[in-house]
Write a protein that binds this ligand. Structure first.
Ligand code: HEM
Length: 399
């Protein structure tokens, strides 16, 4: 801890990015809320522990609406072109925006996509398995293009320039510099505005065309800017996370050959295995930043008004008060109750889709590659920066 009482996360462990779990557990042993300095130098308040994380998620004094509350100065440059969407609003705007698209993400609507998700999965694996050296980067050849193709089709933008978009998306969720992040925030909305313009000329039977119609009907349910924000959110949230469900899930299986063998022997364990992957090493390490609208007392710790607050789901899901032997990866356990998809108002809209994609991806990979194995030492893997996303940049595999 520094003299000013701020916990320096990278001083607690220089290995914080690769393995933050012991750091969070040590903090949790002391208190559920801490004033910390995160690896990029910012100061904020970190909530740990399952119970306190759930409480923080539903505390209305912790807002997501930084635009209407003067900006989270420390976190986002207020001069950045604002990208407003359901995840950066509180009710009533949040309620209105979420309602507009919720019908496209219900479990029933998503289940109907199963055959198409399977087809995309098979085609990607056909291409990957053509490699004569029997080696590939699983992220680039499979974990990224699968959810990206699905969300582009669902939205109605199959022609999206995925390579360029991936660059912007990475820069927003795992920035390596403030300049890179700012550039992505400027270029991405401009590109999407052009894409929307083209779609308006030739609408189809898809979600984007329906939303364009909403805007053109007068905009009292959705404005033109909000439409761009919605596309940004759905495209980013719809793929970044699932990439890392597949990547982190396969890494966990490689690191636990007994669990890998168990799953191969009985795919009846698949649904539980995917829940355990989400609990054990979920794609979202901490929530998107909250703003304390007033002094907020959390279990005797006062988080001052105007502070930035992060909720560490990665720690919540490794809390021994909630899960027995929490650091053990056990695909047979009951992992329900994890908060890898968040909690409360902003609970992940895409959870049914992510589960569908995760189950199909993992099962098909294991079925078609009986000998798939890691092709690099864990210690050589490059990690995504920042505390939002948890995952590796490349995952070399052989089969
Ligand atoms: C394994 C994959 C996924 C994980 C772990 C995940 C996790 C999360 C989490 C933790 C949140 C809440 C963030 C917060 O409160 O700060 C969230 C919100 C959201 N997610 Fe996901 N997500 C996944 C996949 C998807 C997919 C496939 C979509 C597809 C569209 C999606 C769309 C959204 C949206 C729209 C929100 C904002 C909801 C709101 O503000 O009401 N997510 N997700």
């Amino acid at each position: 801890m520094a003299a000013d009482g701020i916990v320096e996360l990278t001083q607690v462990s220089p290995d914080f990015v690769r393995d933050p779990y012991p750091v969070y557990a040590a903090l949790r042993a002391e208190a559920p809320v801490h004033h910390v300095r995160v690896p990029d130098g910012r100061e904020l308040w970190l909530v740990v522990g399952h119970e306190m994380c759930r409480r923080a998620f539903t505390d209305p004094r912790l807002s997501r609406d930084w635009q209407n509350h003067g900006g989270i100065g420390q976190i986002l440059n207020p001069d950045l072109p604002a990208v407003g969407h359901m995840l950066t609003t509180d009710p009533p705007d949040h309620t209105r925006l979420r309602r507009l698209v919720a019908g496209s993400f219900t479990p029933r609507r998503i289940a109907a996509l199963g055959p198409r998700v399977q087809q995309i999965t098979d085609e990607l694996l056909d291409a990957m398995l053509e490699n004569h050296e029997r080696r590939a980067d699983l992220i680039a050849s499979f974990a990224f293009p699968l959810p990206m193709t699905v969300i582009c089709e669902l939205l109605g933008v199959p022609e999206l320039d995925r390579h360029t978009f991936r660059g912007w998306s990475n820069a927003v969720v795992a920035p390596t510099s403030a300049e890179e992040e700012a550039r992505a925030y400027e270029e991405m909305p401009a590109y999407l505005a052009r894409l929307i313009g083209t779609k308006r000329e030739s609408p189809g039977d898809d979600l984007l065309s329906a939303m364009i119609q909403e805007v053109d009907d007068g905009g009292d349910r959705l404005t033109g800017d909000e439409l761009i924000g919605m596309c940004v959110l759905l495209l980013i949230a719809g793929h970044e996370t699932t990439v890392n469900l597949i990547g982190n899930g396969m890494r966990a299986l490689f690191a636990h050959p007994d669990q890998l063998a168990r799953l191969r022997a009985d795919f009846g364990l698949l649904e539980g295995a995917v829940e355990e992957m989400l609990r054990y090493d979920g794609p979202v390490e901490t929530c998107t930043q909250r703003l304390a609208l007033e002094d907020v007392d959390l279990d005797g710790v006062t988080v001052p008004a105007g502070s930035t607050v992060l909720i560490a789901m990665a720690d919540a899901d490794r809390d021994q008060e909630r899960f027995e032997d929490p650091h053990r990866f056990d695909i047979g356990r009951d992992a329900r109750g994890h908060i890898a998809f968040g909690h409360g108002l902003h609970y992940c809209l895409g959870a049914p889709l992510a589960r569908l994609e995760g189950r199909i991806a993992i099962r098909t990979l294991l079925e078609r590659c009986p000998d798939i194995a890691a092709d690099a030492d864990e210690s050589s893997l490059r990690w995504l920066t920042g505390m939002l996303m948890r995952g590796v940049k490349e995952l070399p595999v052989r089969w």
